[in-house]
Write a protein that binds this ligand. Structure first.
Ligand code: GDP
Ligand code: MG
Length: 434
């Protein structure tokens, strides 16, 4: 089973679980360990990572408004980002790039795409064909070069890659970015190593990219190690991301060669090249396409959890104080009368009367809000927040809207007496009771 598959299975199971207890977490961690270790991720790293997950799930107080599932998913995401990088932004400056990889991985196509990428950004580009083993390699690259209007160099039937590179560099003296395509093999062998070493010696590339296709599983680790030992890999390009492959091999490749994911091939056309971006790539690897919003929510909640209580305006009515007050009202039956005496007929009476069940529901709803939502009810004008809170609290949108309605009634009452110090003093005395 390839890394992505194992990981997606574990994540899907975690996300489908109704309760996250120690048993669920341990099982999840075992599957995660299996998937990561089979992808050549360092064992010590995997062990400390799964330990952190267990601690977070069992010992840490999770920030409000975040479910354990989302919290753990976010941890897994961040850990993968540490390994694979958050995003890739190549420097737009003159450089020499060598592409290596197995036969059929997409080297030739990608060399041309890269040449176009730099040329589109104002750097003249040239392509050198150093694939001396595949008969039609010369024509293939030449055709692509013509198509994208990039200079091409190769020597038909020449087997000495040093000569090709030397002559090529001479011909392309004025080119800013020079990209060299190399031979592939169906298996890694001595001759290829020798050839690649000769190319590197003569070409002195700034970047040496290993090209793998998105279907490559665990074996990508072995490939990366071999190519890395031969020439030193600085980055990985994953091609055919437009197909069914999810690019799970990339993790094996980057951990084995200590490199980063750089570009992605997303089609056969010359402009089908994207820059690596963890939200898209890792999201797909985890089987969670909208990982972006999950990560954003969790990080916001983590940030909010760090806000000290002093920073909160204690006197203001918000969802935090609202709950405390409802509880106080419920505990103090006679309060109804007191409020009536004060002329506050608009108190959410039904809240007081319906009692426990409603309070329990409201508690869950408020617990699913982020700190900023609890402190600023205006945020709940966004429909997507209501949907999220309803989902997170196991209630429905109608319940959330009911709570907002009750809140608004109390808010009105609050505003009515805002300037009456006496009433306020009395009120806060009662309210603190809860
Ligand atoms: P090489 O042997 O490593 O040089 O691989 P090639 O560049 O010749 O590519 C092998 C095949 O994969 C060709 O048919 C390419 O059109 C195709 N290919 C390369 N990159 C992509 C990609 O990102 N998406 C798709 N769908 N096909 C690709
Ligand atoms: Mg080729």
């Amino acid at each position: 089973m390839d890394f992505g598959e194992g990981l997606r299975k574990a994540i899907a199971k975690l996300r489908g679980a109704t309760i996250i207890d120690l048993k669920t977490i341990r099982e999840f961690n075992r599957e995660l360990q299996r998937a990561m270790i089979s992808s050549d991720v360092d064992i010590a790293l995997v062990a400390s990572f799964t330990k952190r997950i267990e601690d977070a799930a069992t010992k840490e107080k999770l920030p409000d408004g975040v479910t354990p599932k989302d919290y753990i998913t976010n941890m897994v995401y961040e850990e993968l980002v540490k390994l694979m990088g958050r995003s890739y932004e190549p420097e737009i400056r003159p450089k020499r790039v060598l592409l290596v990889g197995m036969y059929g991985s997409g080297k030739t196509t990608t060399s041309a795409k890269l040449a176009k990428f730099y040329q589109d950004r104002g750097l003249s580009a040239g392509l050198i064909c150093c694939d001396v083993s595949r008969p039609a390699a010369y024509e293939q690259l030449e055709t692509l070069a013509k198509q994208i209007n990039v200079q091409f160099f190769g020597i038909r039937d020449e087997k000495d890659v040093r000569k090709i590179v030397k002559d090529g560099l001479k011909t392309m003296k004025d080119r800013k970015v020079i990209i060299c395509d190399s031979s592939g093999r169906s298996a890694f062998d001595r001759q290829l190593v020798q050839e690649l070493k000769q190319i590197t010696g003569e070409f002195a590339p700034d970047e040496k990219f290993l090209v793998i296709n998105a279907d490559t599983g665990q074996v990508a680790g072995k490939q990366a190690r071999e190519f890395d030992e031969a020439v030193g890999i600085s980055g990985v390009i994953v091609t055919k991301m437009d197909g069914s492959g999810k690019g799970g091999g990339a993790l094996s490749a980057v951990s084995s060669a200590n490199a980063r994911v750089t570009f992605l091939g997303v089609g056969e056309k010359m402009n089908a090249l994207e820059l690596y971006n963890s939200e898209k790539f890792v999201g797909r690897l985890l089987g969670i396409p909208d990982i972006e919003s999950l990560v954003k929510n969790v990080n916001e909640a983590i940030k909010e959890a760090k806000i000290s209580p002093e920073e909160m305006n204690a006197e203001k009515l918000n969802f935090d104080t609202f709950y405390t007050q409802l509880k106080a009202m419920k505990n103090m039956g006679p309060m109804k009368n007191m409020l009536g005496m004060l002329g506050m007929a608009d108190v959410p009476k039904n809240v007081v009367e319906e009692g426990e069940s409603k309070l329990v529901k409201y508690k869950a709803i408020i617990g699913s809000m982020t700190k900023s939502e609890r402190q600023d009810e205006r945020l709940l004008k966004e429909h997507s927040r209501i949907t999220r809170i309803a989902k997170g609290s196991g209630t429905n949108e109608k319940d959330v809207r009911m709570l907002i309605g009750d809140f608004n009634k109390m808010k009105k009452m609050y505003d009515m007496f805002k300037n009456d110090r006496n009433v306020k003093k009395n009120m806060s005395k009662f309210m603190k009771f809860g």
